[in-house]
Ligand binder design. Sequence first.
Ligand code: PMP
Length: 322
Amino acid sequence: MQTYPDTLSLIGHTPLVRLKGPSEASGGEIYGKCEFANPGASVKDRAALFIVEDAEARGVLEPGGTIVEGTAGNTGIGIALVANAKGYKTIIVMPDTQSKEKMDTLRALGAELVLVPAAPFSSPCHFVHTSRRIAEETPGAVWANQFDNIANRRAHIVGTAEEIWEQMEGRIDGFTCAVGTGGTLAGVGMGLKAHDERVSIALSDPHGAALYDYYAHGELKSEGSSVAEGIGQGRITANLEGAPIDTQFRISDQEGWDWVKRLLDEEGLCLGLSSGINVAGAVRLARELGPGSRVATILCDTGFRYLSSLHDPEWRESKGLR
Ligand code: PMP
């Protein structure tokens, strides 16, 4: 056991846990990276820290300045906690469809919260464009721009991928996760491939996202929809450019929820839906790679963030999840 000098040094170096049910179901060994163990309870603390420290290094963030970001919520929570620890202000723009718990957490952290209606990326009202505009109009503000700022991906090349490689002792056959910005998939993929080209990197795409078709057939095309928060991308972000993707799966919300429920009931892990989609993808990848294959994935955030949605039976019924 060790002590840490401050909150920011708690970000990263998360545990990697063997998942019993998924391992048995796949005939392989499935490991989950416990990103819910970050201080902001999600994988996005890593990107937030790298983005803020990159802005500091480039000299664009002055002491006492403001960081503005458009986010499904988790990046906002990461940025707000990093900003508080470093003495910056935070303005977070978020679609009003995201979980109440994320909004309450952002308010608790003292972020100024701007809620916008859900809109397509082509609309000027989309949360990403709104956040860029607010950053441009606010004196002393910088725009974090997580989708196209590759400081995000770097957090996973130098952090997450190195940790997984070390924790798996170099014995890893595959890695998979879903994409929001693509920072995690591209960064971990690049980092693991730098150690061993043979590690198979797979995209686990929710319904309603366009990347499955892009990597399978070279065409950005979406089908259906998903209630999973924080994932589901319709374009090739700067973070995704050059991502070493070997194969891809399309995962339904029901398949993701089935794993969230099993991990809750059988292993006592309370997770969000993107983690369930990742685990479903890991099971499929391990089956494809053959008996005994060792696959890692990301447990992106805590299920306590979705007690009034995913983990509420009435909410699930309203979304058609059994
Ligand atoms: N799961 C959740 C719950 C998230 O908030 C995010 C980030 N938007 C992701 C997965 C995807 O991570 P990334 O942005 O690195 O693709």
